[in-house]
Design a protein around this ligand. Structure first.
Ligand code: FAD
Length: 455
């Protein structure tokens, strides 16, 4: 390959975290030539994920990195002074996980360039990406791409102002080392924030304090290690994590302010993962959200590139899904914060308990508010318009239920019922659209009632 052709690319993805990796594999599956540019992150961190994230990783074609996901371990919760029943989470060693994501990319035959992205600009109808290859002693190289996917997480520059930005929040992560132990984690609310702690079998402990930027007075950098160590000694749930363990120096500060970017997609570019919307770590759903946005993106990119007449639909699809995901998790976070009544007047809690709005997580509605409308959906790897059932609680619409078109099923059930048909006749009408199966039609009817679509 000549140097010149190596500098010309179809689709370039910046960043190989869970979002960039899932997107690269998804594009590759659609037959698109894709190049990923990434430098590994500089600090070690442990994060917790749920079972459904594991399923999402597998669905995305991520297999090797699963070796860095531990078996479920107990998670203790002490929120607003109350201990709640133990549940579990899977701890992920992010340094190892991220390194193994590279292997997943290689296994799918995807080219990864080890380089720091210095900047991106327009070069006519293409993108010019300036990079500094790792180990190249500061020499910059420029690449060109037809399509650019931004997946550098929170490190991605904001092209415009953020559309929504929560209260400024910082997480201080301090490493401790103790004897090998049984893995586990805990979370506890504090007067000025909350703490999350994790212990790994090799004895490493990860203790994280999440605080309000405006109202917290942190000591100078040199005193930060002692400040954190002292704080953890005062936290009841942290005691078992730091007993006979030693703090390994100053903490790493991670910005954890929730951010929704104003514009997440254009005709020849897209933002996925934290680069599009970064959630409050309290929701513990960052990797899930990164995957969600990346899993839908290959169809969006394919439509933008090969069916430009549907570009508006594809852009609307990506934008609506990202926005909806962001607000759903922001409201879940808000409701957790509101549960902490003990310190409700303290700045950390007072500025988070009502954000982003007062809308309930789930909106109540009556059957007359349920509509059938056209919305963008993913059909066979393309973004297309389809008839979906829209409710105040599901504004993006429900397309299929159990393999059947939801709009048709609702239409059949309501038309039959409006004609004052007997319950048996409604069932028979539905069954005619459900492969002739009465039990299937009954299940469908019960499901629509449970959703509040019909009375
Ligand atoms: P990232 O994982 O950030 O990946 C971006 C990639 O781009 C990295 O490899 C990075 O090194 C690379 N990169 C960055 N800049 C450049 C550059 N200039 N050039 C080249 N490459 C670059 N989520 C959970 O699910 N569970 C948790 O418990 C959890 N805890 C969290 C705690 C904190 C304090 C924070 C801040 C976040 C937490 N998250 C958690 C969220 C989770 O880390 C992210 O949501 C997730 O990693 C986002 O994936 P991503 O692929 O979008 O970005």
């Amino acid at each position: 390959m000549s140097m010149q052709s190596h500098l010309e690319h179809e689709v370039v993805i910046l960043g190989a975290g869970p979002a960039g990796t899932a997107l690269a594999i998804g594009l590759r599956r659609l037959g698109t030539a894709v190049t990923v540019i990434d430098v590994p992150r500089r600090f070690r961190a442990v994060e917790g994920i749920s079972e459904r994230v594991l399923g999402g990783l597998r669905a995305a074609g991520i297999e090797q990195a699963l070796a860095a996901v531990a078996e479920p371990s107990p998670r203790r919760v002490r929120w607003d002074g109350e201990d709640s029943a133990a549940n579990t989470e899977r701890l992920v060693d992010r340094a190892r996980f991220d390194a193994l994501l590279r292997r997943d990319l290689e296994a799918h035959g995807i080219e990864v360039i080890d380089a720091r992205v210095l900047g991106c600009t327009r070069a006519g109808a293409r993108h010019r990406i300036e990079i500094e290859p790792v180990g190249a002693s500061g020499e910059a190289v420029a690449l060109h791409a037809d399509f650019l996917a931004e997946a550098r997480g929170r490190a991605a520059p904001l092209p415009t102002r953020a559309r929504v930005r929560g209260t400024e929040t910082v997480s201080l992560l301090q490493h401790w080392r103790g004897a090998p132990c049984v893995a586990g984690s805990a979370v506890e609310s504090l007067p000025d924030g909350w703490a999350w702690m994790a212990a790994m079998p090799d004895g490493m402990r990860y203790l994280q304090l999440t605080l309000d930027v405006a109202s917290t007075h942190l000591p100078p950098k040199a005193a930060l290690a002692d400040y954190c160590a002292e704080r953890f000694r005062q936290i009841a749930s942290a005691r078992s994590f730091i007993a006979e363990a030693e703090a390994l120096g100053p903490p790493t500060a991670r910005t954890s302010t929730p951010v929704l970017v104003e514009s997440v997609c254009g005709a020849d570019w897209i933002r996925v993962g934290d680069a599009a919307m970064a959630a409050d770590p309290l929701s513990g759903n960052g990797i899930f959200q990164a995957l969600s946005s990346a899993l839908q993106a290959p169809a969006v990119i394919r439509t933008l590139r090969q069916r430009p007449q549907d570009a508006e639909l594809a852009i609307a699809f990506h934008h609506q899904r990202i926005t909806s995901l962001f607000f759903r998790f922001a409201r879940i976070g808000r409701d957790f914060y509101a549960q902490a009544r003990e310190w409700a007047d303290q700045p950390f809690w007072a500025t988070r308990r009502d954000w982003p709005d007062a809308l309930p997580l789930h909106r109540a509605f009556t059957p007359d508010e349920v509509r059938i409308e056209q919305r963008p959906v993913i059909r066979d790897g393309w973004i297309e318009a389809a008839r979906v059932v829209v409710t105040p609680d599901q504004p993006l619409g429900v397309w299929h239920v159990d393999g059947y078109e939801a709009a048709t099923m609702l239409e059949v059930a309501s038309t039959a019922a409006r004609g004052t048909a007997s319950p048996e006749a409604v069932l028979a009408a539905l069954a005619a659209h459900a492969g002739g199966s009465l039990p299937r039609a009954r299940a469908m009817l019960d499901w629509m009632r449970a959703q509040g679509w019909i009375s």
